[in-house]
Design a protein around this ligand. Structure first.
Ligand code: TV7
Ligand code: ZN
Length: 368
């Protein structure tokens, strides 16, 4: 069995607090949906594991990790820690997800990497928490599983590691950690920090520094990005990377918040475009280690990640949804958005491409 979905129902118990965008049970929804569609076999699912203290300390500081563990044990955050580590805040609330959820999500990215090295194609939908700093929570992220995994790969002797991030938010913490490093190339396409989180990082001119100069690449895009524009930028980015970097291994962060339905971005990607982007990366660099990321519309996210799963597990994308699968989606009871006509989401898996002309400002980003 080549394809492995590193996923667990344990995340059901690790949800963010009440009205937080990440309160939705994303991993169990994906599992339930894939099962209802008969798109996954039990033998293709791997439960994942917790990250160890030693693995975490390759990226995070000991004091920070101990504070997370302590907050979890006590169910409370000391004011000093809230200040220092940004935990127990509105954005990064204390919940079972804070420590136990993050630990499993991070260990699952490590597991995905281990499975990959054993010859599997693996996808950890709970991973991709790219905003967590070594000693500070940030943007819903407590433990930076992409960085912890890259650290493990470096320790194993990989000399050229590529990190590609398709999430609509810039991967500030990953960029920072490898900014001076020529062995890790970081490439991110995201909403421009001129109007979107994290606001301070992700500009075009940030190309890395000292030894790492030329090994960081940002494509900050305006609002309203369609499939055509996104894919053009991705294609250009891939060309730029290929000129200077021949990766031994790569990680791909697959945040789905750039999809039209997602309320945390102002982009208009279809899940067709998202799948096409995934295929383009695979065509360019072969198989990699696949991680989740943002994605806040439970149905849009489930459909998009199902397409990724079909692709890596060599399954044809079904055109219609089975009744059982429709029921899984309907049971989400998604009340967050005004229900315009979303009924198509309950009928089909793959949307039509959302095409448009490529704006001048996007072309100039490609030329730069
Ligand atoms: C990878 N956008 C993470 C993306 C992190 C985005 C933000 C929210 C948000 C937070 C909520 C909430 C929200 C509807 C949306 C500047 C602020 C504005 C909050 C007091 N609803 C990923 C982080 C981003 C929290 N943060 O890349 C609880 O939206 O824009 C900001 C920062 C200051 C703080 N205020 C928000 O996708 C996983 N937050 C509802 C409840
Ligand atoms: Zn995001």
């Amino acid at each position: 069995m080549r394809a492995k979905l590193v996923a667990s129902y344990a995340y059901r118990n690790f949800r963010y607090s009440s009205n937080h965008p990440l309160r939705i049970p994303r991993v169990s929804l994906l599992l339930d949906f894939l099962k209802a569609m008969e798109l996954v076999k039990d033998t293709e699912v791997d439960e994942g594991r917790n990250a160890t203290q030693e693995e975490l300390l390759e990226y995070h500081t000991e004091d920070y990790i101990n504070a997370l563990r302590e907050a979890d044990a006590c169910g409370c955050v000391k004011p000093k820690y809230r200040e220092l580590y940004n935990i127990g805040t509105y954005e990064n609330p204390l919940s079972p997800a804070t420590w136990r959820g993050s630990l499993l999500a991070c260990g699952s990215s490590l597991k995905a990497a281990e499975l990959f090295l054993e010859g599997h194609i693996s996808f950890n939908p709970a991973g991709g928490m790219h905003h967590a700093y070594p000693s500070r929570a940030n943007g819903f992220c407590f433990i930076n599983d992409p960085a912890v995994t890259i650290q493990m790969l470096k320790k194993l002797g990989f000399k050229k590691i590529l990190y590609i991030d398709l999430d609509a938010h810039h991967c500030d913490a990953v960029q920072d950690f490898y900014y001076h490093d020529d062995s890790v190339f970081v490439f991110s396409i995201h909403q421009s920090p001129e109007y979107a989180f994290p606001f301070t990082k992700g500009f075009l001119h940030e190309r890395g520094a000292s030894k790492g100069k030329g090994f960081n690449l940002n494509a900050p895009l305006p609002k309203g990005v369609t499939d055509t524009e996104f894919l053009k930028v991705l294609e250009t980015g891939i060309e730029v990377i290929k000129e200077v970097f021949k990766p031994d291994v790569y990680l791909l962060q697959l945040g789905t918040d750039g999809l039209e339905e997602d309320y945390l971005s102002k982009w208009r990607l279809s899940n067709w475009g998202f799948l096409k982007a995934f295929k383009m990366v695979r065509e360019a660099f072969g198989d990699g280690i696949y991680l989740g990321g943002g994605g806040y519309h439970p149905i849009a996210l489930t459909r998009a990640w199902s397409l990724v799963w079909c692709e890596i597990s060599g399954r044809e994308v079904p055109t219609t949804l089975r009744r059982e699968a429709r029921e899984v989606l309907l049971s989400v009871g998604w009340e967050e958005l005004d229900e315009t006509d979303r009924s198509y989401m309950y009928e089909t898996l793959l949307d039509k491409p959302r095409e448009g002309h490529i704006r001048r400002e996007i072309l100039s980003i490609c030329e730069a």
